[in-house]
Design a protein around this ligand. Structure first.
Ligand code: IPM
Ligand code: MG
Length: 364
């Protein structure tokens, strides 16, 4: 198979973790007899510096011509003074999600029993490890609803964000949750705030109807977001597939990542309705953590989330399950053998970003 990928490393630790991930991707594909062509393009702050905007036209064109996007992370203090709508995150990642209709964000939260010591949760709370996946709606809700700020009489100021959801948007993301749950333990937990929000009332109704009609064999449960945030710390092992709207998913997936060890371990896939040249979903794959400006340029970042995002890309956008598994096993093995960056080192001596990448490469 020939794979055409747009590589968008972004800012701060973005390029460092990308540099550790690409050799892993290249090697697994070489071994499998596949041909990879990738080109690297500035995005986010790097896009602003190079072309005056966070999503430069050549970068967007490269994404359009590719089968998938491997994304690093964007934003940071250097560009914080720009107007909100020009900020790297808002002006690159969000338009990319919208442009390619990447409505389904899939974030696996995996903590094998053997790595339980990397979690901040006491081991007795996770006797069987954690194996859950967060399915987050990614192109609706507060992120994309109408926004405004206005001055009121008397000197007060009012800002408005709008949370909007359509039945059709909820249906298509529910279908992703159904397909995911079928390949797993068959449980979906819808996380919402149906005791307060009108959008949540619609979510509950639509998800319940959809699951009853299409997948009555699945077990569907409902949790309010506040309770879910608590349950995730108390008994993280209880979750299988967590389905939720954009904003709740943003918050919950960070919590899930850290419960599973570290944000530096959590990969993510953003999938949409568009098919690539191979007839598989076009997608954007990125680590769930941010640009970590505080440790950038010091060879301290954890590249595992970026490496695991490449694995997700092989699985979802190319159907290369064996290659994806090979990468995931190599990461597990390296971490289990005690090769760990500072974020998951516990009491051990930490290795740097490059060494972590190399350790994974050697175990492929
Ligand atoms: C994420 C990030 C983004 C989001 C930011 C960078 C806009 O936090 O992918 O979770 O809020 O969606
Ligand atoms: Mg987030």
């Amino acid at each position: 198979m020939d794979l055409k990928i747009a590589v968008l490393p972004g800012d701060y630790i973005g390029p460092e973790v990308m540099a550790a991930a690409l050799p892993v991707l290249e090697q697994v594909l070489r071994k499998g007899g596949h041909s990879l062509s990738h080109s690297t393009h500035p995005v986010g702050g790097a896009g602003i510096d190079a072309h005056g905007k966070a999503l430069p036209d050549p970068t967007l064109a490269a994404c359009q011509a590719a089968d998938a996007i491997l994304f690093g992370s964007v934003g940071g203090p250097k560009w914080e003074k720009l107007p909100p709508q020009e900020q790297p995150e808002r002006a690159s990642l969000l338009p990319l999600r919208k442009r390619f209709s990447l409505f389904a964000n899939v974030r696996p939260g995996l903590l094998p029993k053997t790595l339980a010591d990397t979690s901040p949760i006491r081991p007795e709370r996770i006797p069987d490890g954690i194996d859950m996946v967060c399915i987050r709606e990614l192109t609706g809700g507060l992120y994309f609803g109408a926004k405004s700020t206005r001055d009121l009489e008397g000197g007060d100021v009012e800002a408005i964000d709008t949370m909007v959801y359509r039945k059709s948007e909820i249906e298509r993301i529910t279908d992703v949750a159904i397909a995911t749950a079928r390949g797993r333990r068959g449980r979906i937990t819808l996380v919402d705030k149906a005791n307060v929000l009108q959008t949540s009332v619609l979510w509950r109704k639509v998800v319940a109807e959809r699951v009853a009609a299409k997948a009555p064999e699945l077990k569907l449960e409902f949790l309010y977001i506040d309770n879910a945030a608590m349950q995730l710390v108390l008994r993280p092992g209880q979750f299988d597939v967590v389905l939720t709207e954009n904003m709740f998913g943003d918050i919950l997936s960070d919590e899930m990542a850290v419960v599973c060890g570290s944000l530096g371990m959590m990969a993510s896939a953003s999938l949409g309705a568009v098919a690539n040249r191979h007839g598989r979903p076009f997608g954007l794959y990125e680590p769930s953590g941010g640009t970590a400006p505080d440790i950038a340029g010091q060879d301290k970042a954890n590249p595992c989330a970026q490496i695991l995002s490449a694995a997700l890309m092989l699985r979802h956008s190319f159907g290369l399950e064996d290659e994806a598994r090979a990468i995931e096993r190599a990461v597990d093995r390296a971490v289990a053998e005690g090769v760990r960056t500072a974020d998951i080192a516990g009491g051990r001596t930490a290795v740097g970003c490059a060494a972590m990448g190399k350790a994974v490469l050697e175990r492929l």
